[in-house]
Design a protein around this ligand. Structure first.
Ligand SMILES: Nc1ncnc2c1ncn2[C@@H]1O[C@H](COP(=O)(O)OP(=O)(O)OP(=O)(O)O)[C@@H](O)[C@H]1O
Length: 682
């Protein structure tokens, strides 16, 4: 006898309330015991076949309570747990499903029959060019398309393939997407004659086949999250593969880069018991989330102790203090004052805005300390070309600024990263491996520090990045910072987080996306589910907007979402707005300070920057008007056209980041005209 939980079962249990979850788990444990000891379930479980409306004769039901049902499939001594829900919903679900091996690959598949019928019917009216018409049905099936879907696939068009790809088994959607991208797609090896349909790698993405009783118990006990078990083969490959040097993983928002970073970290710690592993990112909030998740994936204390989870700036600051380097940071607003004093000291009349931009774009990120370094530094991307005399005049100001910083024992993040990198050259690298999430936000200073933290060699650096989510730093070349990922770059293509509708809205916000090395990035992804379209609403007054937002949130809570599953993001913080929301909603709010654990009973209200790397079931992007996004403060005093472009790109990407935090529902509100980045539906 074997009992196999399907991914659909675990997901369905996850959506139920805690009491129902317990009832389901107890029932499944009882079933497991009965099958192992007596070969059949006890009568109290009311194990029975479903009536004739169910398409698959192997489908059975078990009662977990008068109202709760577990749907499973029986073939001989193999029982597959498929789904759990309240009576009617469970039976409706079961009526539409069929569990059967794919005729060509032999891999076990769960097919939604009713959805196919609807898709085929919808597609008959389409007259556009068909994407897969030229392929033989057998070839399509050999790519993992279930037989029932072959006709629908052959009628798919560029305009309507999205909903089809959402219902097809992931592996089939992926291979079809590769065909669309012009790749030659070879079918996977089929299950050998007489082999087990659950043994095929395609099946293992959907069914947790294990002979290990403890693993099964853990799965049933709910000490798991989907991302911890059902890795996509591309994700697993990236997490476990030996890399000959620095590697790069990209993918648009929600494609599981963080999940890969976590699995990679856990894998390195397990594989190399003596190794010191760094798991890092730019943002502090994200680092705390990484820490919480790694604890789930790496429960072993000894392995967990091998890993340091810390954002790069904090690590730099800690090492700087340890080695008595200047580590008192100059706040952003202090920089203007310090620059004014430096310019006065050398009697310079260069415009302050220009000096500030030159410092922030050229000197500070590269850690330039001497006139010779500045004279030789490339100023690629800066709008104004400078002659040697102009450069010297500018350098005089920076020299005075650096002298003042030294006198005060002050530094900036960029300079600190460079100082620590210099010190590491003599101290030696403290880590054997580093895994970086959100690596697109690292500038030259952080990249140099990263390189210095880990000795060059196999499996040294593993960087996950989405160039469309760069919101803290202008683009900078990894190659020029000594990080060469050529030949070791991969892209993830399945969006696990957001509905197709939210993803399309967010994609329309973006312009062309270019990589760190200024190459165009491919971004096509497959979505796994659909949902309501994002709602863009205009209000006449701030008060009307507040009322509208709080009504929308109340409606989500009324639908059963927990406060911690809802978030409000704004371009800038406003205590008045937070207070008003608090009063209107009467619920507790977390403003998400960097190290705070995520509390499920509190609504999150925070800035779009802090939203980075997080996710919520419902999100409001509030106050997204033309007067707010792009932020006038961010653009103030930016005169160089190239700098202006870079700021505008970051502001646009900020909206993309914030919008893609939503899993299911997204509301965007504004007073007056909407931000120019928000594109109406075509
Ligand atoms: N193999 C998987 N199975 C199920 N869920 C997954 C899988 N991989 C990722 N997810 C889920 O998808 C969501 C997005 O994953 P993740 O945060 O890793 O994406 P990301 O690419 O880092 O996104 P972003 O760039 O927007 O921060 C998470 O809820 C994660 O648990």
């Amino acid at each position: 006898m074997r009992l196999i939980p399907a991914r659909t079962f675990q997901k369905s249990v996850d959506r139920l309330d805690a009491q129902s979850q317990n009832l389901i788990k107890t029932t499944v444990m009882d079933l497991c015991l009965d099958l192992a000891s007596q070969g059949k379930p006890r009568p109290g479980l009311r194990f029975h076949k479903l009536d004739r409306t169910v398409r698959d004769p192997g489908i059975r039901s078990v009662s977990a309570s008068p109202d709760l049902r577990v749907i499973l499939h029986q073939t001989g001594e193999t029982y597959v747990l498929l789904y759990a829900h309240h009576h009617d919903a469970a039976y409706d679900w079961a009526a539409r499903r069929r569990l059967q091996p794919n005729p060509e690959t032999g891999a076990m598949q769960l097919v939604d029959i009713e959805e196919v019928t609807q898709i085929v019917t919808r597609q008959v009216t389409q007259t556009q060019t068909f994407l897969f018409r030229e392929y033989e049905p057998r070839y399509l099936m050999s790519l993992g398309v279930p037989e029932a879907y072959v006709e629908a696939v052959r009628h798919a068009t560029e305009e309507n393939f999205d909903p089809l790809f959402e219902v097809l088994p992931e592996e089939a959607s992926e291979r079809l997407l590769a065909l669309m991208d012009g790749e030659l797609v070879l079918p996977p090896m089929p299950v050998p004659a007489g082999g087990d349909p659950f043994d095929h790698p395609d099946a293992q993405r959907h069914f947790q086949v294990t002979t290990d009783e403890a693993e099964l118990q853990a799965a049933l006990n709910g000490r798991w999250e989907e991302w911890m078990i059902y890795l996509h083969p591309a994700q697993r490959h990236l997490a476990e593969r030996r890399q000959s040097g620095p590697a790069r993983v990209t993918g648009s928002a929600g494609t599981g880069k963080t999940v890969v970073a976590l699995h990679r970290t856990a894998h390195l710690a397990r594989q190399h018991p003596q190794a010191r592993v760094l798991l890092t990112s730019f943002s502090r909030t994200l680092s705390s989330r990484l820490d919480e998740k790694l604890a789930l994936l790496l429960p072993d204390d000894r392995q967990r102790a091998q890993v340091t989870v810390m954002n790069l700036h904090r690590l730099a600051s800690r090492l700087g203090r340890q080695w008595s380097l200047p580590h008192r940071l100059l706040a952003d607003e202090e920089l203007t004052g310090a620059l004014t004093r430096a310019a006065r000291a050398v009697a310079s009349d260069l415009p302050l805005a220009f000096l500030r931009a030159e410092w922030q774009a050229v000197v500070e990120p590269r850690g330039l300390r001497t006139w010779d370094e500045y004279r030789a530094a490339p100023r690629t991307g800066r709008g104004v070309a400078l002659g040697a005399r102009q450069r010297l005049a500018i350098w005089k100001v920076f020299e005075a600024l650096q002298a003042e910083l030294r006198r005060q024992g002050q530094t900036t993040w960029g300079l600190l990263c460079h100082d620590v990198a210099d010190a590491l050259a003599t101290q030696g690298p403290p880590f054997d491996h580093a895994v970086v999430d959100e690596a697109q936000d690292l500038g030259p200073a952080e990249l140099r520090l990263l390189r210095a933290l880990v000795a060059a060699g196999p499996d040294d650096l593993f960087l996950c990045a989405d160039p469309a989510q760069r919101i803290f730093r202008a683009r900078s070349s990894w190659l020029s910072s000594g990080i060469d990922v050529r030949g070791r770059a991969s892209r993830l293509k399945i969006n696990y987080r957001t509905s197709g509708e939210i993803r399309q809205f967010a994609d329309r916000v973006l312009g062309e996306v270019r990589s760190e090395e200024d190459l165009p990035e491919a971004r096509r992804t497959i979505n796994r589910f659909s949902g309501p379209r994002p709602d863009v609403r205009r209000f006449d007054t701030r008060q009307a907007e507040l009322d509208g937002v709080s009504r929308w949130i109340q409606a989500r809570l009324g639908e059963g979402l927990r406060a911690g599953e809802v978030a409000v993001f704004t371009r800038a913080r406003s205590a008045t707005r937070e207070d008003a929301l608090l009063r209107l909603l009467g619920t507790d709010i977390q403003t998400l300070e960097a190290d705070m654990p995520h509390q499920l009973d509190r609504l999150t209200v925070t800035t779009m920057h802090r939203a980075k790397g997080l996710e919520f079931r419902a999100v409001v992007l509030m106050d997204a008007g033309a007067d707010v996004l792009p932020s006038p403060a961010a653009l103030q005093d930016v005169q160089d056209p190239a700098d202006r472009e870079a700021v505008l790109e970051q502001e646009r990407q900020l909206l993309y980041v914030a919008a893609t935090r939503a899993r299911e529902q997204l509301l965007i509100t504004h007073v007056g005209a909407a931000s120019p980045f928000i594109q109406a539906e075509p």
